[in-house]
Design a binder for this molecule. Structure first.
Ligand SMILES: [Zn+2]
Ligand SMILES: [Zn+2]
Ligand SMILES: [Zn+2]
Length: 377
């Protein structure tokens, strides 16, 4: 009879332990479902943490400390929960505890105590001792302070043109000068000028049987040249690589010749560019001033629409190509993206042989009519 009771206790305890471990695991390393349900430290304490967009560094200093503190309470939560589920263990009766539970209870009380002391130390003197501040101090160099670096990062993170990928607490962000990766207890930061980027690894996952496409994830190692700063790895979907590269200043070395699955638009742009390179060039008149591309505002306009194909000149608005008299206003990428956006998205194989209206005057053109502007230099 006594044996029967004991084994029933054990079953409850084992079941409780398994369920607890599952939820604790999901809480510490939340899968996407947990993040979207809002069961994360960030969401639970969002009022205390402030705004990530507005004050990035201070937000993450608080977030990492708080996460460590909350996670250090998990063993104690297990203990209290177990008493509620299996009261016959009598865990709250401290005099009756056996040696195993006494040691467990002591550790689960000492652990958050130590983390609390550490947290107070980190946040004393306005966070001077926080690990993120120490990293920023290394980035600031001899004469700078970590606060100047922090305000530069905060300022750039507020801009909308940054590259962002990933979910909360596993974010990769690239701003004009910084590469940032957040993790559960830390935030890695590197200055764009002081890094070596290497494509170190790739993984492929079959998505699902409805969608035959495989997703490819790329691991890019960010090596930092400042002494004392370890390299870190960012991981992203290969389809995001094009956007990432637009924001990066340094090239990504692909020493292992990993084959990258490009997005449809990247593949089209490559073909579009190869096609246009074959077309006759446009020689601008000497007094023509070439302006910035009005699509991206980053590159100079470098293509001009000049009717070269065999189509008989037709009426504007008809299906045949007509001459365009617009001055050069677009760069090759923006023109290619515009061209692709005007095509039947379900039939990419038809794109190169199709037509598009000029983004400015709506005159129809084909790939044969896109001419590179001859460089005057
Ligand atoms: Zn452009
Ligand atoms: Zn035009
Ligand atoms: Zn044409």
């Amino acid at each position: 009879m006594i044996y029967g009771v004991a084994s029933q206790d054990n079953t409850v305890m084992i079941l409780y332990t398994l369920v607890f471990l599952f939820f604790a695991g999901c809480f510490v390393a939340p899968p996407t479902e947990f993040v979207s349900a809002g069961i994360t430290v960030q969401n639970m304490f969002s009022r205390y943490l402030g705004s990530e967009d507005f004050n990035f560094i201070y937000y993450h200093q608080r977030r990492t400390t708080l996460t460590l503190l909350v996670h250090s309470l998990i063993p104690l939560a297990y203990y209290i929960g177990l008493e509620l589920f299996a009261p016959e263990l009598d865990l709250f009766n401290i005099d009756q505890l056996n040696i195993v539970w006494t040691v467990y209870l002591l550790i689960s009380l000492i652990l958050p105590g130590c983390v609390l002391v550490l947290a107070i130390y980190w946040h004393s003197k306005n966070c001077d001792n926080h690990p993120i501040s120490k990293q920023l101090k290394l980035l600031a160099g001899e004469n700078g302070t970590w606060r100047t670096v922090a305000s530069s990062i905060n300022l750039e993170f507020r801009r909308i043109d940054k590259f962002v990928s990933g979910i909360q607490s596993r974010l990769v962000a690239v701003t004009d000068s910084w590469i940032i990766k957040t993790s559960t207890y830390y935030v890695y930061i590197a200055h764009q000028n002081d890094i070596h980027l290497t494509l170190s690894d790739s993984e492929e996952h079959a998505l699902s049987y409805q969608n035959q496409m495989a997703v490819q994830y790329l691991n890019i190692t960010v090596g930092r040249i400042e002494p004392g700063l370890k390299p870190f790895t960012i991981r992203l979907n290969s389809l995001e690589l094009g956007d990432l590269k637009e924001k990066l200043q340094a090239p990504i070395r692909n020493a292992r010749n990993i084959v990258i699955h490009q997005s449809l638009s990247d593949r089209f742009l490559k073909a579009f560019r190869e096609f246009v390179e074959e077309n006759p060039v446009y020689i601008p008149s000497p007094n023509m001033e070439i302006e910035q591309c009005i699509g991206c505002m980053q590159k100079m306009a470098d293509v001009k629409l000049q009717k070269h194909c065999e189509d008989p000149a037709g009426e504007p608005g008809s299906e045949v190509c007509v001459p365009c008299f617009c001055r050069p206003m677009w760069c090759m990428e923006c023109m290619g993206k515009w061209f692709a956006s005007r095509q039947d998205q379900q039939r990419p194989e038809t794109w190169l042989s199709s037509k598009s209206p000029c983004p400015t005057c709506r005159a129809r053109f084909c790939v044969l009519d896109v001419c590179k502007i001859q460089n005057s230099l």
